[in-house]
Design a protein around this ligand. Structure first.
Ligand SMILES: C[S@@+](CC[C@H](N)C(=O)[O-])C[C@H]1O[C@@H](n2cnc3c(N)ncnc32)[C@H](O)[C@@H]1O
Length: 247
């Protein structure tokens, strides 16, 4: 039986072939890209800053940030995912630094900011990683976590999810989201299927980050809702947010 790290890496290596089929994953829709540029500018320090994108995947945010003038290092444990990011950077003439490695053992930097999108939920020990990231930023360096409330606790969301599932089958609209992790893997991930940002806020604070502030990403939500065929986008919409803190 491979260990958890290898299981997660193998999952994403396999998923890398279809990950960008989802517009929200690839940020291939112009409206979504514009919304994410706005979110990056709001959350990150000024362009020119050195940014480490943890779990950069196929590079959606790394590429947009580099385009905005940031000096970006894209780190991921999956060579499969990073190879897609590399190909897109080459095709668009964008300069990025790539590191194949674990979020728990990042390069020493120092960076002006650490960011991640949709990665912290898949980390077996996010608390230790959050502390390690504080050691590789400049004094006053920034943490930017782009996350969403993916778990459905409210009965209304459960009903909406069920309706969306039926509608997708009836309309023959494919769900581009990857298969979920196996239950034994999910059970080892403390932040998987969060139903509120509060456990993450507590964990970031306990890791020594200060000045925590949250921004709801209404522009990103609006853009991704518009992209999906009505009413699927509305039924499946989740609150998205940026959690920002200082070292
Ligand atoms: C849901 S994808 C998000 C990718 C990208 N951030 C995005 O927004 O499209 C999760 C990514 O995190 C990476 N990942 C998962 N655990 C990791 C870890 N411990 N260290 C580094 N990367 C990790 C996976 O390989 C995958 O590329």
């Amino acid at each position: 039986m491979p260990d958890l790290h290898d299981q997660i890496r193998d999952f994403w290596d396999r998923d890398s072939h279809t990950y960008d089929d989802s517009a929200s994953h690839a940020v291939s829709d112009p409206l979504e890209a514009a919304a994410w540029r706005a979110a990056l500018r709001r959350a990150l320090p000024d362009p020119g800053a050195k940014v480490l994108d943890i779990g950069a995947g196929t590079g959606a945010l790394s590429l947009l940030a580099a385009e905005l003038g940031y000096e970006v290092t894209a780190l991921d444990l999956s060579e499969g995912m990073l190879s897609k990011a590399r190909a897109k950077a080459d095709a668009n003439g964008v300069e990025l630094t790539f590191v194949v490695g674990s979020a728990a053992g990042p390069p020493s930097g120092p960076f002006d900011a650490i960011m991640e999108r949709h990665v912290i939920w898949t980390m077996p020990d996010p608390a230790t990683a959050l502390s390690a990231w504080r050691d590789i930023v400049v004094p006053g360096g920034r943490l930017v976590l782009f996350e969403g409330v993916w778990g459905a606790e409210a009965p209304t969301q459960k009903v909406k999810d069920a309706a969306a599932g039926v509608l997708r089958r009836v309309l023959g609209v494919e769900d581009h989201h990857h298969a979920p992790y196996p239950a034994d893997v999910l059970a080892q991930l403390p932040l998987a299927r969060m139903t509120s940002p509060i456990p993450l806020i507590d964990m970031v604070h306990d890791a020594g980050w200060r000045g925590l502030r949250i921004q709801r990403l209404r522009d990103v939500e609006w853009a991704s809702m518009r992209y999906e065929r009505w009413p699927l986008g509305w039924l499946e919409q989740r609150p998205r947010y940026a959690l920002i803190a200082d070292a």
